[in-house]
Design a protein around this ligand. Structure first.
Ligand code: MG
Length: 395
């Protein structure tokens, strides 16, 4: 180790975590939907595949000092792919590196497969997991939170919006929305993919149920052609829609920009993009008023850089929250705490609340707000309970 080095990476390990859930994500199975032999189901409403359990991938980096950093990445489908990339390709290259070079390591790992066209998808998800673990280890060695390492903790709490109302009927979803308002939450998003009575009807019913002072958002799940989307969103505007999310297909940059110009509410996009290179042309095209980076895809280094770009383009950041045992959720809260333009952070209540049992730390979400964990690094660590859920035969 050189004189200025804080520590040296001695070991990189990965764990696939598989946690059963009673009701699949987005609610009970609809007609024609079934769980296949590998445990996945395809939602008819948006033609996307989901696991029937909660799948995620944990990354553990141990320094020569014995200090440990934890990361987590997106493992929603075929998490074995991400694990193989980390174990076989990234880990050996990282040995001996100084975790305080987290951003430099991220750039070097990105370059390994860049000219072969691996600058997205599973490869960048794998980078995200090790990047989060490097930043956590850096913070623990420096005894500073990741938010401090990123420039400072601007926020100690963040407003949380309730994401999804996983009930079978509109009446039940309205009732659930009212319950969340009763618990002190001021913003709720519904998923159009399961609006069986129609999207405008769902918006109207929810507005009636929660009253005028709650922010209501809709996730349109990439289902619409641009003109259709504009017509639909304009019909939702009289019910005081806060934002419309992902109306057009992910690749349709022109459609996104056309919708952004054609509606009277902010367009929210970005949960599926991983790098500044994917965000940049959308910022330049003024394709959205809100970005929704998912740290399970981006890692901390790219998330922060995307956040800086949002600042430069006067765009708000409302981070996405996916299936996490809490490690990348903590990373998202830390990285978001260092940003300025953050009206909300997504709150996946059905996942976050249950998974708090898998981490130790003071991360919380209640009465409409997240509490940013206060310890060093991410401020949370996985506890013994999570290792009871390592997928068999993968450790
Ligand atoms: Mg979404």
């Amino acid at each position: 180790m050189s004189r200025n080095q804080l520590d040296a990476i001695a070991k990189v390990e990965t764990f696939i975590i598989d946690i059963p859930r009673a009701v699949p994500y987005l609610g009970p199975l609809r007609e024609g939907e079934f769980i296949n032999e590998k445990g996945y189901l395809v939602r008819k409403g948006n033609r996307s595949i989901y696991p029937s359990s909660d799948l995620t991938v944990l990354v553990k980096i141990t320094g020569e000092s014995g200090m440990v950093g934890w990361g987590e990445t997106y493992g929603i489908a075929a998490p074995e792919a991400v694990k193989a990339i980390i174990d076989n390709l990234l880990a050996p290259v990282m040995l001996g590196r100084d975790p305080s070079d987290a951003a430099v390591i991220h750039e070097d790992l990105y370059d390994l497969m860049r000219v072969r066209g691996f600058f997205g998808g599973y490869y960048v998800d794998a980078l995200a997991g090790v990047d989060i673990a490097c930043w956590d280890l850096f913070g623990r060695l420096a005894n500073l939170s990741v938010a401090q390492l990123l420039g400072g903790r601007r926020h100690e709490t963040l407003p949380a919006y309730v994401s999804g109302l996983p009930k079978a009927t509109l009446a039940e979803r309205c009732q659930l929305a009212v319950e969340w308002v009763g618990k002190g939450f001021r913003a709720i998003k519904f998923a159009a993919a399961v609006s069986d009575d129609g999207i405008v009807r769902e918006m109207e019913a929810l507005r009636e149920a929660v009253g005028p002072n709650i922010d209501l958002m809709v996730d349109l799940h990439w289902k619409f052609e641009a003109s259709e989307a504009i017509r639909l969103i304009r019909r939702l505007e009289p019910f005081n829609l806060y934002f419309a999310e992902a109306p057009c297909q992910p690749e349709d940059l022109e459609g996104q920009a056309r919708v952004a110009r054609g509606i009277g509410v902010p367009l929210a996009l970005g949960e599926e993009w991983r790098t500044t290179y994917e965000y940049r042309p959308r910022f330049e095209a003024r394709a959205m008023g809100i970005i929704q980076p998912e740290i399970g895809h981006t890692g901390i280094t790219e998330f922060s850089r995307i956040g800086v770009m949002a600042h430069a383009f006067h765009v708000n950041v409302i981070p996405h929250a996916s299936i996490s045992i809490g490690i990348f959720t903590a990373a998202s809260l830390q990285a978001t705490a260092a940003l300025q333009r953050v009206p909300y952070h997504e709150y996946q209540h059905s996942i976050f609340d249950r998974n708090l049992a898998f981490t130790d730390g003071d991360m919380a979400c209640g009465a409409g707000h997240y509490t940013i964990p206060t310890g060093p690094g991410l401020g949370v660590v996985p506890n013994e309970a999570v290792f009871e859920h390592i997928r068999k035969g993968t450790a």
